[in-house]
Every structure is written in C-alpha cells, then in structure tokens.
Design a protein. Structure first.
Length: 114
C-alpha cells in the first residue's frame, strides 16, 4: 500500500503536461477551426453584403472604411458566404484578449474605385 501512494505522487512528474505552452507558443488549432474574418482590400467592392449578412452587426462599411468589431463577432462565417467578390475569408486569429475595447476593432481603408 505505501508504494501505491508513492507511485500516485510521482506519476504526474513522469508524464508530459496536458496543457499547451500558450502564450509562449501559438495555439494548436485543428485545420477546420474558424478564426475572425479577414478582408482582402483589393477584392472588396464595398457593396455591404457582409453587413447585411452579419447577425450581430459586427461589420460596418462606413465611408471608405470596412470596420470589424471582433468583440461582437461570433465567427459564424455568414459574411464570407455573402461576399460576392470573395474578399472575406475566415482567418486563423482566435485570440480576443485586449486591454481596451477599442483594440478589438479592426479597420481597413477601402480603395476608391470611382
């Protein structure tokens, strides 16, 4: 019996850690994991189909800027499916930690095509 207790105490020291080394190493995500939407500015025609499709209102096209509020995004992919030019794709960014709320807002200046 005493050796059994001793073995139970030492077993965690002999095995590898279960957790990852995050934030020292990037998170190990499966290939099908969805991240935040990313915009290809060169392909965007600012028709705002993504704005209409977004269920939470996380995307806005304001003037000459495309704005994503990552704090409101639920990573559903509706914006990428609705974009007729394929300018939006779901990327690999899944980290949403920020010290200030404004740090969660992503802005892209759209090119003037007139």
């Amino acid at each position: 019996m005493p050796l059994d207790v001793f073995d139970r105490l030492l077993r965690p020291l002999r095995s590898r850690p279960v957790t990852s080394r995050y934030p020292d190493a990037p998170p190990d995500l499966p290939p099908a994991a969805r991240g935040l939407p990313e915009l290809d500015v060169a392909r965007c025609d600012a028709n705002a189909a993504c704005v209409t499709a977004c269920p939470t209102g996380a995307i806005r096209v304001a003037g000459a800027a495309w704005v994503l509020d990552a704090g409101a995004c639920i990573v559903c992919g509706a914006c990428a499916r609705a974009c007729p030019t394929g300018a939006i794709r779901l990327g690999s960014r899944v980290e949403l930690a920020a010290r200030a709320r404004d740090a969660l807002v992503v802005r892209h200046v759209l090119e003037d095509r007139r």
